[in-house]
Design a protein around this ligand. Structure first.
Ligand code: HEM
Length: 404
């Protein structure tokens, strides 16, 4: 949703503010650097900000959506119809937009690079591909951005400049690969937001690739009219995307439906009720809406938790040490639960691949509350660390099931 919104807003801004962008280019570059820097400080909690601001900064800068949308406009402009006013405007501003995007993506690069866990880094994993593709993107951006400045462009021979700019094809390819790789985890968890975003990105990159190839062929074989073929391929591509989207949504719904309809005799365990939360609620980092949405939708979860808490108060657990595991944002979280006198006396993290900063935030809150013996129904997910919070709660519950 946010992606749609930003695509729309940026399109409007380019359409109506193209003159300002052109005339005050240098001031806008400086402003972009400042925004990127401030956003980084907000992301790192160095500047306090309201929750709404935090959420926007996380989405626009932390996830790199704002800069990425600008890159997408720069990329797609050459394949848009030459009659479109928006196309003419973007085309004339391509260099400016690319420079602004490069400055804006800086906060994303820095923020995400700092989250890389070098200790757990191993080649061949999805994470390693994410980081390697990112590294190449950053390297490619340097010559592409530098040569976009008019003053530098003038100093380079046209042939040489075009050669350098051809690196952008590699950049776009890595860009798409990067998006697929970072969407992989959320997709596997049935995150509908991630499915929608991936479909939108695939639509944009696919359309670009299709028409770009069409232009190359047309330039080579001028006598053939490619228009009908392109129109058919484009329609086919849209139908295919739509089918993939439906299939992915169906798969997600099916997996939740099977959890949501247990047999009549069975009672829902906390694990089951938590898993039955609709996937739409599993959006990561819903800083602003998370609290209210979850409290509405988690009624089932709360009652199950209350039941369990009462049992816990009665000390029904068998003394001993139990291990439980559950999926977090980046993979399984394993937790050890120690029971003494029928109650939880200690909690330990055995393994986790979560981002340390987010995991720690969720762990500090949840473990403290559970050890304090607080009503487990009160335990909400920690804002900004939704997946990790759910993973921790599920892993603890998984261990407790063995202690009953
Ligand atoms: C020019 C460089 C880059 C571009 C254009 C870019 C673009 C993006 C975009 C568009 C997303 C959001 C995908 C989505 O969920 O919708 C994303 C997510 C992500 N990127 Fe990058 N990225 C770049 C560099 C980097 C670097 C240097 C790193 C780290 C080493 C990185 C790590 C990540 C991670 C971990 C995510 C997932 C974030 C989350 O879901 O919270 N990216 N990137």
């Amino acid at each position: 949703m946010m992606l749609f919104f930003i695509i729309f807003l940026v399109g409007i801004a380019i359409y109506f503010a193209d003159d300002i962008l052109r005339r005050h280019a240098k001031a806008i570059y400086l402003f972009s650097i400042l925004c990127s820097f401030c956003a980084f400080l907000v992301l790192e909690d160095k500047i306090p900000a309201f929750r709404t601001i935090q959420y926007l900064v996380q989405e626009l800068f932390g996830k790199g959506i704002l800069a990425s949308v600008l890159f997408l406009y720069v990329m797609i402009a050459p394949v848009l119809s030459k009659q479109w006013t928006l196309r003419k405007k973007i085309y004339g501003l391509r260099a400016n937009l690319a420079i602004i995007a490069s400055f804006l993506i800086f906060s994303h690069n820095l923020f995400q690079s700092r989250r890389v866990d070098l200790v757990a880094f191993s080649f061949g994993t999805i994470d390693s591909f994410v980081y390697l593709s990112s590294l190449w993107m950053v390297i490619l951006l340097i010559p592409l951005t530098v040569t976009s400045f008019a003053s530098i462009r003038k100093k380079i021979a046209v042939k040489q400049w075009k050669k350098i700019q051809k690196l952008s094809y590699l950049f776009y390819t890595l860009f798409y690969i990067h998006i697929v790789l970072v969407s992989w985890g959320p997709l596997q968890m049935g995150n509908t937001g991630a499915i929608q975003n991936l479909i939108v990105y695939t639509f944009i990159f696919g359309t670009y690739a299709l028409f770009r190839i069409g232009i190359v062929i047309q330039n080579k074989y001028k006598e053939i009219s490619l228009k009908p073929y392109l129109a058919r391929s484009f329609s086919g591509f849209i139908c295919l995307l739509f089918l993939v989207y439906l299939a992915l949504c169906h798969q997600t719904e099916a997996s939740y439906a099977s959890i949501e309809s247990p047999s009549k005799n069975s009672t829902l365990t906390i694990q089951e009720t938590l898993e039955a939360i609709p996937s739409s609620l599993q959006e990561s980092v819903q800083l602003e809406t998370q609290g209210s949405q979850e409290s509405k939708q988690d009624t089932k979860k709360s009652s199950a938790f209350s039941k369990e808490t009462k049992a816990e108060e009665g000390g029904i657990y068998k003394d001993g040490t139990y291990q439980g595991s559950a999926k977090g944002y980046r993979g399984n979280i394993e937790i050890e639960v120690e029971i003494q006198g029928g109650k939880i006396s200690d909690l330990k993290v055995l393994s986790s691949r979560e981002d340390q900063k987010y995991f720690q935030r969720a762990w500090n809150y949840l473990s403290q509350k559970i050890l304090e013996g607080k009503e487990t129904a009160e335990l909400d997910t920690v804002s900004g660390a939704t997946y990790s919070s759910k993973g921790i709660r599920n892993a603890i519950q998984n261990a407790l099931e063995q202690a009953q």
